[in-house]
Design a protein around this ligand. Structure first.
Ligand SMILES: C[S@@+](CC[C@H](N)C(=O)[O-])C[C@H]1O[C@@H](n2cnc3c(N)ncnc32)[C@H](O)[C@@H]1O
Length: 289
């Protein structure tokens, strides 16, 4: 310690304080990947090892643990269920934005919404991340329906990560996150909130926010809702799953869609190689006949 103090280097202190056992071995990585896949369906291939190590090292610090063996002993034990949730939380990729893959929202506005003749309209945004996708769908519904308040509109938006759901429920987004929203939409559906650290924040207006119900739901587990849904969005999450998991998911979505209902998947996902009874409509868009 005296030698470290003499150098006065904070990097040296940091190295001294970081125990060597915080390294993640290949065997420990395999145990973590297996657990993550069993629980969430997310397949962590070997290239993700550094990412897993970096993200989980932060959990180790929070928990005051010396290394991954101690961490694994916790998450593999019955008392570790809470930490297991936190582990999934930090290992998920939550990239999203308003009107992401915009052609889907154009199709929604021009083709899907005009065909929704029932009073009751139900959307499910599966894997909604921090809410931008659900808010975009709600905006399209309000803009494209002649008398939205005369309809019974509900959007269920679910994700496995409690962290992103907390943000989604707040409905507050920074200027940077508002990318994808033109001036007219910003003015119509968001209220300026405040400026924090030089960045303006906006809140989703109640007409839109009140249409959305956020809930935690792991797509690998039982789905407590009944359906049927007019529209299901499940975009940019199936890429993290193996083919067999994708197949099971698509089979389950089919049962949750009403006749004439639409399933949207991410444009990089598609359903090629999956056996299904859905009709291909246009890229990444399918219908239950
Ligand atoms: C890359 S984001 C995609 C967000 C949004 N659908 C979009 O396209 O912009 C993937 C989301 O899937 C969620 N996710 C991963 N595995 C899941 C599972 N088994 N059940 C539910 N959500 C899951 C993650 O937490 C993350 O928020």
């Amino acid at each position: 310690m005296a030698r470290l103090a003499a150098t006065g280097s904070s990097a040296a202190v940091q190295r001294f304080m970081t125990p060597p056992s915080v390294n993640l071995t290949d065997r420990q990585f395999d145990r973590i990947s297996r657990m993550v896949q069993d629980l969430s369906g997310i397949h962590l291939h070997a290239k993700k090892k550094t990412l897993v190590q970096t993200r989980l090292a932060k959990r180790l610090r929070v928990l005051g643990m010396a290394g991954f063996e101690e961490y694994l002993a916790l998450v593999e034990s019955p008392r570790g269920s809470r930490e297991l949730g936190a582990m999934i939380d930090v290992l998920t990729t939550n990239k999203t934005s308003f009107f992401r893959e915009e052609t889907h929202f154009d199709f929604l506005r021009k083709t899907v919404v005009p065909g929704l003749t029932n009073t009751r309209i139900r959307f499910w945004i599966a894997a909604c991340s921090s809410g931008q996708e659900a808010v975009s769908a709600a905006i399209v519904l309000r803009e494209a329906l002649a008398a939205p308040d005369a309809r019974d509109l509900r959007i269920l938006a679910t994700d496995i990560s409690s962290r992103v759901l907390e943000k989604a429920s707040r409905g507050v987004y920074t200027e940077n996150e508002m990318e994808g929203l033109d001036t007219a939409r910003r003015a119509a559906w968001f209220s300026p909130l405040d400026v924090r650290d030089g960045v303006r924040r906006y809140r989703v207006k109640p007409q839109v926010a009140n249409m959305i119900h956020y809930a935690r739901l792991n797509l690998m587990e039982r789905w407590p809702m009944k359906g049927p849904f007019d529209v299901i969005f499940c975009r940019n999450v199936m890429i993290y799953f193996e083919r067999a998991t994708q197949q099971r998911l698509i089979d389950r979505f089919w049962h949750y869609l009403g006749t004439g209902g639409y399933l949207f998947v991410g444009h990089s996902e598609g359903l090629s190689g999956i056996t299904h009874r859905l009709k291909y409509v246009c890229p990444a868009t399918y219908m239950k006949e």
